[in-house]
Write a protein that binds this ligand. Structure first.
Ligand SMILES: Cc1cc2nc3c(=O)[nH]c(=O)nc-3n(C[C@H](O)[C@H](O)[C@H](O)COP(=O)(O)OP(=O)(O)OC[C@H]3O[C@@H](n4cnc5c(N)ncnc54)[C@H](O)[C@@H]3O)c2cc1C
Ligand code: SF4
Length: 329
C-alpha cells in the first residue's frame, strides 16, 4: 500500500478546508471499502481524513421523519427502534448487507459512496477498466457478468452499485445533505448516483471536496408497510443479484400509492417509476404486479451472463408487492 497521512479533523469546517487543499485527499468512514481499495492500489490517496467523529447522531423530526448523521454506523441505524418500527425496509436492507463486523464499522456516508464490486475494477494489474482508466476499455463486457447491470448501462461500463441501504433509501425518497466549498446543498438519493454513459469514472454528483453530512428521510405512513428482499448466491455475506425495496398503501382494494426500488441491476439504485405509475389507482392483483414488473424490465439490456436477472427481478417485484398487500392479491 502506498504510504499516506492519516488526519482526524476536529469538525466539519476543518475537514472541508483540508479536503480543499488537494485532490489527493479522501474522506475515511469505517474504511471497509476505502482501505481495501488502497490495499489493491485502486485508490492511492496521499491523505485520508477520518470523518467518523463528525455527525454520528440520529435525529427524529417533529413531523416523524429522520435525519441520520453520515457517521452513524450501519448497525446503529439498522437496530434503531424507530427505524425498525417506521422504516422496516431500511432496517432489513442494512441487515442484509455484508457481515455483522463490517456493519459495525461501516458508516452511512461511506455506504452511499462505496465503489462497485466489479472484479475487473479491482484487478489493477490484469484488467482493463474505463472507471479506473477512462478510455482504456472494459474487460467486463464479454467477461464474467453475473453481477453486472441490466438497466441503464453503457458501452463503456456495465457495473452495478453494490449498496443495499441505498436501494431502501431510494424507495423512501431520502435526501442527501452535502456541505462543500460552495456551501450546503441537498440532493435526492435517486439523483445522487449517476449512470455511466460516456464517463463511468463519474459515479455521483458529489463535487470535489464535498462531504456528505447526513441523510434525511421524510415521514410516510406507507413506509411502515415496507419490505426489502435480496436474492443472492449465498444467504449471507454476498452482494445482491437482484434486490427489491417496496412499500404500498391500499385503500378500498386499490393501490393508493406504491414505491419500488431495485438493487443489483444498475449503476445506481433503480427507482421503478414506470411500474409505480402503472400500479397507482389499480386494483390489487398478482397480475397487475407482474404486468407492472414486466413494463419496468422492458428496458433491460442483459449481457451473456446475466440474462436470468430479468425474470428474477420481475418475480421478486411481484412477490414483494404481493407480500405487502397481505394476501389481497
Ligand atoms: C466482504 C464485504 C462484503 C460486503 N457486502 C455488502 C453487501 O452485501 N451489501 C452492501 O450494501 N454492502 C456490502 N459491503 C460494502 C459495505 O457496505 C461498505 O464497504 C461500507 O458501507 C462502506 O462504508 P465505510 O464507512 O466503511 O466507507 P469507507 O470505506 O470509509 O469509504 C467508502 C467511500 O466513501 C467515502 N466517504 C466516506 N464517508 C464519506 C462522507 N461523509 N462524505 C463523502 N464521502 C465519504 C470515502 O472517501 C470512500 O470513497 C461489503 C463489504 C465487504 C468488505
Ligand atoms: S464494468 Fe465498469 S467497473 Fe467493471 S471493468 Fe467495465 S468499466 Fe470497469
Amino acid at each position: 500500500m502506498k504510504p499516506f497521512i492519516y488526519t482526524r479533523p476536529a469538525d466539519g469546517a476543518e475537514a472541508l478546508s483540508l479536503a480543499a487543499r488537494s485532490n489527493q485527499t479522501r474522506f475515511l468512514g469505517g474504511g471497509t471499502n476505502l482501505v481495501d481499495l488502497m490495499r489493491q492500489n485502486v485508490e492511492t490517496p496521499a491523505e485520508v481524513l477520518d470523518v467518523t467523529r463528525l455527525r454520528a447522531d440520529i435525529e427524529q423530526s417533529a413531523s416523524g421523519g429522520l435525519i441520520v448523521g453520515a457517521a452513524v454506523r450501519n448497525t446503529t441505524l439498522a437496530v434503531h427502534p424507530y427505524v425498525r418500527q417506521r422504516f422496516p425496509v431500511l432496517s432489513r436492507a442494512l441487515l442484509s448487507g455484508a457481515s455483522a463486523q463490517i456493519r459495525n464499522m461501516a458508516t452511512v456516508g461511506g455506504n452511499i459512496m462505496q465503489r462497485t464490486r466489479c472484479a475487473y475494477f479491482y484487478d489493477v494489474a490484469g484488467a482493463r477498466c474505463n472507471k479506473r482508466n477512462p478510455g482504456g476499455g472494459c474487460d467486463a463486457i464479454g467477461g464474467f457478468t453475473r453481477y453486472h447491470a441490466i438497466l441503464g448501462a453503457s458501452e463503456h461500463c456495465v457495473a452495478t452499485h453494490p449498496s443495499d441501504m441505498c436501494v431502501a433509501l431510494a424507495a423512501l425518497d431520502a435526501t442527501v445533505h452535502i456541505v462543500g466549498p460552495d456551501g450546503e446543498r441537498r440532493v435526492p438519493i435517486t439523483e445522487f448516483h449517476v449512470l455511466p454513459g460516456d464517463h463511468p469514472e463519474v459515479e455521483t454528483v458529489l463535487r470535489p471536496a464535498e462531504l456528505i453530512t447526513a441523510v434525511e428521510i421524510s415521514p410516510s405512513a406507507m413506509a411502515a408497510r415496507s419490505e426489502y428482499r435480496k436474492v443472492r448466491d449465498r444467504s449471507s455475506y454476498a452482494f445482491a443479484l437482484v434486490s427489491v425495496a417496496g412499500a404500498i398503501e391500499i385503500a378500498q382494494g386499490r393501490i393508493a400509492d406504491v414505491r419500488i426500488a431495485l438493487g443489483g441491476v444498475a449503476a445506481k439504485p433503480w427507482r421503478a417509476a414506470r411500474a409505480e405509475a402503472l400500479l397507482r389507482g389499480k386494483e390489487v392483483s398478482q397480475k397487475q404486479f407482474l404486468d407492472a414488473a414486466e413494463s419496468e424490465l422492458a428496458a433491460a439490456r442483459p449481457l451473456e451472463g446475466n440474462r436470468f436477472k430479468i425474470e428474477l427481478a420481475k418475480r421478486t417485484i411481484a412477490a414483494v408487492l404481493s407480500d405487502l398487500a397481505g394476501g389481497a392479491a
